[in-house]
Ligand binder design. Structure first.
Ligand code: GDP
Length: 478
């Protein structure tokens, strides 16, 4: 959807149009209010007043029900005794799994579900989440206390767990007269349709009565929430521009810790802030049999040159431009587990001129080679790179990578998506400009809720369609 209708008239306001509360002390988490001043252009996407007021109400509820309160204590005691009860506070516990991009997508999806269902989100902190992100809600905590009972059992929850909602539904083990005190929601790529459709109206009429939900997910399930007509009318008010859901929520929820923010700002000022233009290229190779592939290198160069993101190369003789004393500088930020792609790009633009005389400078912050999720500094660098990518003017990302999804959506950028190569050949076409800045929901449910039971999930709403990078399976908001 177009951005022009909502063009920002206000200067960079540090509360991002009211998205952020002013109730935090600035020093504890520098990124919270400093972020907008790093962006050279403020985001043209303005949060709706309805979203802003809903977030303020959520913050009040979280403070009333969060860890340390009487309500939390009482709810936890009921959880331990496995007793149902009706209290004002209901919870959803998010358990971390998979890479950082996946985690940020599912955390955001879970938060939106909590917002829609007036639940409190609590975040499993045993991995390194508190080394990565500051608290988002004032005067309380979103971290599930470390002494939360039964964590060992919770770790073993899977789709065969007897209180797994999809399994109970399948075995007809749940109805309005047998509401359990807690339920497990399994929302991963191997989930059944019964697992993925917990948000439909009939399911919600049961689930709403359950005080504790535990969710393990690795999918961005926001697009399917619109299939529930009650949620749909609420979501339209919250997000009149439908492809801004993740962009707004991610800027509201995620504030890198001072450590991560240091990595972002030092790198930004060393390499990006003085450039006339910046380009981000995120390279993710989903192959186990190697790291550097010539067909991927050819794809990166081919796509960026064809789309005029990078210039063609000239010979010295062909370059008619006199060497200017202040040539235009384009900084190219490459992120990848492997350093070879950016090394090659760097050499290309050093060895030969561009016909326009423009100077191309290529950087890559890290080249970790192997994914090391849950290793503190590794994850901090990954988060810093996601933020750095989001600060670029244009962005190219790899198909199917959630790391890339978070970067472009955070930056409010419609990316060029590099198609996933089949075998060892460069795809044709090499890339596509996405029409939306939303992440893609990989392996969504196959059909809609109640009235749309017989409809393919891609045919239900005109703005929930297949993703450009997963044309047969994924769903995305446009
Ligand atoms: P996805 O697998 O591409 O969907 O993204 P995830 O973020 O879920 O998992 C990939 C993980 O590998 C990241 O979280 C990082 O730990 C690591 N990784 C992959 N690409 C990069 C990169 O470009 N930079 C850094 N620093 N880490 C990366």
């Amino acid at each position: 959807l177009g951005i022009d209708s909502n063009e920002s008239k206000t200067p960079r306001d540090k509360l991002i149009g009211g998205l952020l509360t002013a109730d935090f002390d600035e020093g504890s988490c520098s990124s919270r209010y400093q972020k907008t001043s790093l962006y050279r252009k403020p985001s043209p996407y303005i949060p709706s007043e309805y979203l802003v007021s809903k977030l303020r109400k959520y913050e009040i509820l979280h403070k009333r029900c969060g860890p340390g309160t009487e309500a939390y204590k009482e709810a936890t005691e009921h959880f331990v005794r496995d007793e149902n009860y009706v209290g004002e506070c209901r919870y959803i516990v998010w358990i971390a799994r998979d890479g950082l991009g996946n985690q940020l997508l599912t955390l955001t999806s879970t938060f939106l579900y909590a917002l829609l269902t007036k639940r409190i989100i609590l975040v499993d902190q045993r991995k390194d989440i508190s080394d990565l992100l500051c608290e988002p809600f004032p005067g309380t905590s979103w971290l599930l206390p470390l002494d939360f009972p039964n964590m060992k059992q919770i770790d073993r929850y899977n789709k065969e767990y007897p209180r797994c909602y999809g399994k109970m539904l399948r075995n007809q083990a749940i109805n309005s007269t047998s509401i359990p005190p807690h339920l497990y929601l399994h929302n991963t790529h191997d989930g059944r349709d019964q697992d993925k459709m917990f948000f439909c109206q009939t399911d919600q009429s049961l689930i709403d009565k359950v005080p504790w939900l535990v969710i393990k997910a690795n999918l961005y399930f926001v697009p399917s929430l619109w299939f529930n007509p009650t949620f749909h009318s609420e979501l339209v008010k919250l997000f009149p521009q439908k492809d801004t859901v993740f962009h707004h929520l991610v800027r509201y929820l995620f504030h890198p810790t001072n450590q991560v923010w240091g990595l972002v700002t030092r790198y930004y000022h060393a390499h990006l802030s003085r450039a006339d233009e910046t380009l981000g290229i995120q390279i993710r190779v989903f192959r186990k049999d190697g790291e550097y592939f010539q067909h991927v290198m050819d794809q990166i160069v081919g796509c960026t040159q064809r789309e005029k993101l990078l210039p063609e190369l000239a010979t010295q003789e062909e370059s008619k431009i006199n060497i200017s004393t202040s040539p235009k500088l384009k900084a190219v930020l490459v992120t990848s587990l492997y350093p070879e792609y950016s090394d090659n790009l760097k050499n290309m633009f050093w060895e030969r001129p561009s016909p326009t005389g423009e100077i191309i400078e290529v950087f890559q912050p890290s080249g970790e080679r192997v994914q090391q999720t849950n290793k503190k500094l590794h994850d901090q660098k990954a988060l810093a790179e996601i933020y750095l990518l989001s600060l670029t003017d244009n962005i190219v990302t790899s198909a199917r990578s959630t790391f890339g999804y978070v970067s472009y959506s955070l930056g409010g950028l419609k990316p060029w998506l590099l198609y996933e190569p089949k075998g060892l050949t460069t795809p044709d076409p090499m890339c596509v400009r996405s029409k939306s800045m939303e992440p893609c929901y990989h392996s969504p449910p196959s059909h809609g809720c109640e009235a749309d039971w017989r409809k393919n999930s891609e045919k239900i709403l005109p703005f929930v369609r297949h993703c450009e990078d997963m044309i047969y399976a994924g769903l995305k908001l446009f």
